[in-house]
Design a protein around this ligand. Structure first.
Ligand SMILES: Cc1cc2nc3c(=O)[nH]c(=O)nc-3n(C[C@H](O)[C@H](O)[C@H](O)COP(=O)(O)OP(=O)(O)OC[C@H]3O[C@@H](n4cnc5c(N)ncnc54)[C@H](O)[C@@H]3O)c2cc1C
Length: 460
């Protein structure tokens, strides 16, 4: 990247927007990545117009661009090499409008998810997307990865929470599709091209988000269960008892629960550690007294039907947040030595057999290994923390095969919510047909003929 090019970037965004040299390497490549950002330079525009000019310049100069949001992505989607320019949205932090009647929030793409949640609350509204990285991830990154999180069963994925979007194409063309209406069937829904495409088709600059009315009651319980069959029955029990409006149904297998409730983890086990399954269930409603009575009656009937072995109910916000603290303490995984976290999706009915088959493959290759399962079970999404006390490339590749190959026959997905990035490139064909991948390539070629936007991610 020559000085002439860097000078032009400065002309567009100003001196202070550009980071070069040692200062680039002082930044970490990702929240859980110990390596520095590999890019040649980082540019930090403030407006859509600047991004349009930057991309037009990059397209003309054949400089590849990797967009950076909060760098919390878990599939190596934002990794850049020394020839590439990183474009960070960290200065695009303006929330432009909030409309409690139209139930929309219009924002630039660099705003942190937690800020959007808090600003919505200040207007007595609610933005339901929620994930452990809320304080660091950007709403543009959430859109680009179509993030899921803890409340998908009730409110859907990020895709379901976006009404409109503005993006800049590789040649600098601004596509402004800032629709605020729930219904708009005028031709192709172009925003969908950019949602979940991991920065390979355009850079998302603005979004119209769909807000919900703020729930005024919360009921949360941690339940222990003694079989997977009962976990499934309990999901049905609560789902039908709440007319399809459970807010969260997070399941922790014994190994995960034990890991996150044993010192040095800060959380203590509210229920003893002998059960095979623990469920964190939450229901948000409209009246605390009425909802609590109904929620507790469902717990009681669950006990009567012998679906529940033990349970604790959060009696206040502190206890609720403590229960979520257990589920969210995923960083305890690093106590297990070199590990990899997986994010697979499959029908709930196939989960037990899938896990057995995958574990059998581990047993074939290694005498000792970690296989720790938790996840958004009601969405069909499991996270598996796997490790074999080695981190060489061959072992990692073998671990990936043990997790991904058993998905092939059951039409499972190698990525429920984290995306493909670089990490899952070799496994895309497990979840997508040749024709689907070819159509993806056709779209990529037509929107980005010079292949400058996050090249090599999603497919090679
Ligand atoms: C503790 C923890 C918990 C997590 N929990 C969840 C969870 O429950 N559910 C879930 O889905 N994910 C989860 N994640 C993963 C991660 O937080 C999400 O993928 C998140 O959406 C990434 O947002 P980001 O701003 O950090 O994006 P980045 O990591 O910066 O980028 C991710 C991808 O999006 C692209 N990108 C970023 N911004 C833009 C933009 N404006 N335009 C175009 N492309 C862009 C990047 O190039 C990259 O390909 C978790 C991560 C952590 C660390």
């Amino acid at each position: 990247m020559d000085n002439n090019f860097l000078d032009k970037l400065k002309e567009i965004s100003g001196d202070s927007a550009l980071i070069t040299g040692k200062a680039v390497a002082e930044r970490k490549a990702g929240i859980w990545i110990d390596e520095p950002i590999g890019a040649s330079a980082i540019v930090r525009p403030k407006t859509t117009k600047e991004i349009s000019q930057i991309l037009a310049l990059c397209n003309e100069s054949q400089i590849e661009v990797v967009t950076h949001g909060g760098l919390t992505g878990l599939s190596q989607g934002a990794i850049a090499n020394t020839e590439q320019l990183a474009l960070s949205t960290e200065l695009m932090t303006e929330i432009e409008e909030i409309d409690p009647y139209g139930r929309t929030l219009t924002t630039q793409s660099g705003v942190k998810l937690q800020t959007i949640q808090e600003v919505s609350e200040q207007h007595n509204m609610f933005f339901p997307l929620d994930l452990g990285a809320r304080g660091s991830c950007s709403i543009g990154g959430n859109a680009s990865t179509n993030a899921g999180g803890n409340k998908v069963i009730r409110y859907g994925m990020t895709r379901d929470l976006i009404l409109g979007l503005e993006a800049v194409l590789a040649d600098g063309t601004i596509i402004s599709s800032m629709n605020k209406m729930l219904k708009n069937n005028t031709g192709y829904d172009l925003k969908q091209l950019f949602i979940g495409s991991e920065g390979t088709l355009g850079i998302i600059t603005k979004l119209v988000l769909r807000l919900k009315e703020k729930p005024s009651s919360e009921n949360t319980a941690l339940i222990a269960c003694d079989s997977f069959e009962k976990v499934k029955e309990l999901l049905k029990h609560f789902d039908s008892g709440l007319a399809g409006s459970i807010t969260a149904f997070e399941v922790m297998w014994n190994e995960f629960y034990t890991l996150v409730t044993t010192s040095p983890a800060e959380n203590k086990p509210p229920i003893h550690q002998d059960y095979p399954f623990y469920i964190l269930i939450e229901y948000s409603g409209f009246d605390q007294a009425i909802d609590t009575e109904h929620f507790n009656s469902l717990l009681e009937s669950g006990l009567d039907k012998n679906l529940i072995s033990d349970a604790v109910i959060a009696k206040n916000e502190k206890e609720r947040s403590d229960l979520w603290g257990i589920r969210d303490d995923v960083e305890q995984q690093f106590r297990l030595g070199p590990i990899k976290i997986f994010d697979v999706s499959l029908p709930i009915n196939d989960m037990e057999t899938y896990l057995e088959n995958s574990k059998k493959l581990f047993t074939k290759h290694w005498e000792e290994f970690h296989f720790v399962v938790f996840g958004h079970l009601a969405d069909g999404n499991l996270h598996i923390i796997a490790g074999v006390n080695k981190d060489d490339a061959d072992s990692m590749r073998q671990i990936e095969n043990c997790i991904y190959e058993p998905l092939r026959d059951i039409n499972g997905s190698v990525s429920a919510e984290h995306g493909i990035g670089l990490e899952k490139l070799p496994y895309l064909d497990i979840s997508r047909s040749e024709e689907e991948i070819n159509l993806m390539r056709t779209l990529k070629r037509s929107l980005d003929p010079n292949n400058i936007l996050n090249p090599g991610k999603v497919f090679s």
